[in-house]
Design a protein around this ligand. Structure first.
Ligand code: NDP
Length: 286
């Protein structure tokens, strides 16, 4: 067998990028699968995104992740979009095959895989509430609609942002989505199956913050999920657990969005346990 010292390259473009833990998880997955692939984190300011995207082709790279602030701006440099990326209007993963760059969004898909695998819930037919109307909320809501939820209520502080998310996703998916402005304490009514915090409330360093919601009337089996992964134990999840409700942390979404990107790039199924352990280790979570 002749030697092959040329690694396949993927990575992430973002700014800031130094604290992004995705590379640790991907490299652990590549090593466990015996793949000679490397994942490199690049600090790319907005004005350099176009040349960075051209460099991908020049260097023969296999794909790239996009994080803040590039998830929307990257659309102009792509040849194709997946249906989910089109509906969401943002891309976090690009695959390059035969010179063509295809944009996908694995954030919402990662969330859904966690709901199914880690929380054991099938979202089809469920009544769901999503708090927030930013990029994470859009990705999560789009996938929930495509998975056949029966009702998706978006609750957001800024009405214009919430309303335009609902209008866009209704048009893109035809799904049952509606909007409620968030004023004062939001009381979650009985009968809902899944509640998702897709705001940044509770994110480090503001770890003592929790969304102003009241869970006292929620059904006892309502799953409370948080997109915030730093810290994984948010105050919202602690509140939910204190009330006896099942919970799903943001690390689940983070791991599975990476697992799905791995699958798209390599065509192989990674060892999820290895990727999850590497991520938890890098974040200092036991
Ligand atoms: P955006 O900035 O796009 O959206 C932020 C959302 O949070 C908006 O809906 C905003 O409401 C709301 N919000 C922020 N602060 C408050 C507040 N004090 N009161 C009420 N609402 C508030 O962020 P993203 O959607 O990109 O990210 C949201 C969270 O999801 C972050 O914590 C991020 O780390 C996490 N995330 C996790 C991922 C994972 O894999 N686990 C992947 C991607 C994101 P308004 O419109 O009123 O401003």
């Amino acid at each position: 067998m002749s030697a092959n010292y040329k690694a396949e390259l993927v990575g992430v473009f973002g700014q800031p990028i130094a604290e992004n833990p995705t590379g640790v998880m991907q490299e652990a997955g590549f090593a466990a699968a015996g793949l000679n692939w490397r994942y490199i984190s690049f600090e790319v300011p907005p004005e350099n995104l176009g040349s960075a995207m051209s460099a991908l082709s020049a260097l023969g790279m296999r794909g790239i992740n996009l994080t803040i602030p590039h998830k929307v701006a990257v659309l102009q440099y792509l040849d194709d979009l997946s249906p989910a990326a089109k509906a969401i209007g943002a891309v976090n993963t690009v695959c390059i095959e035969e010179g063509r760059k295809t944009g996908e969004n694995t954030d919402g898909k990662g969330f859904l895989r966690g709901v199914r695998k880690d929380a054991g819930m099938n979202p089809a037919g469920k009544l769901v509430t999503v708090l927030g109307a930013g990029g994470a909320a859009r990705a999560i809501a789009a996938e929930l609609l495509m998975a056949g939820v029966a009702d998706l209520l978006v609750v957001n502080r800024t009405p214009d942002r919430g309303q335009s998310m609902v209008t866009d996703l209704r048009e893109a998916t035809g799904g049952p989505i509606r909007f409620l402005p968030w004023k004062g304490t939001y009381r979650v009514p009985a009968g809902r199956h899944l509640f998702v915090n897709a705001t940044s409330i509770g994110l480090y360093p503001d770890v003592k913050a929790a969304p102003d919601i009241d869970l006292s009337e929620a059904s006892p089996d309502m799953l409370v999920a948080d997109a915030v992964f730093n810290p994984p134990e948010t105050r919202l999840l602690a509140m939910a657990r204190a009330g006896g409700l099942p919970t799903l942390d943001g690390l689940s979404m983070l791991v599975y969005q990476g697992v799905i990107a791995f699958e798209l790039w390599t065509g192989q199924t990674p060892d999820e346990g290895v990727m999850k352990a590497a991520l938890r280790n890098s974040l200092g979570v036991s």
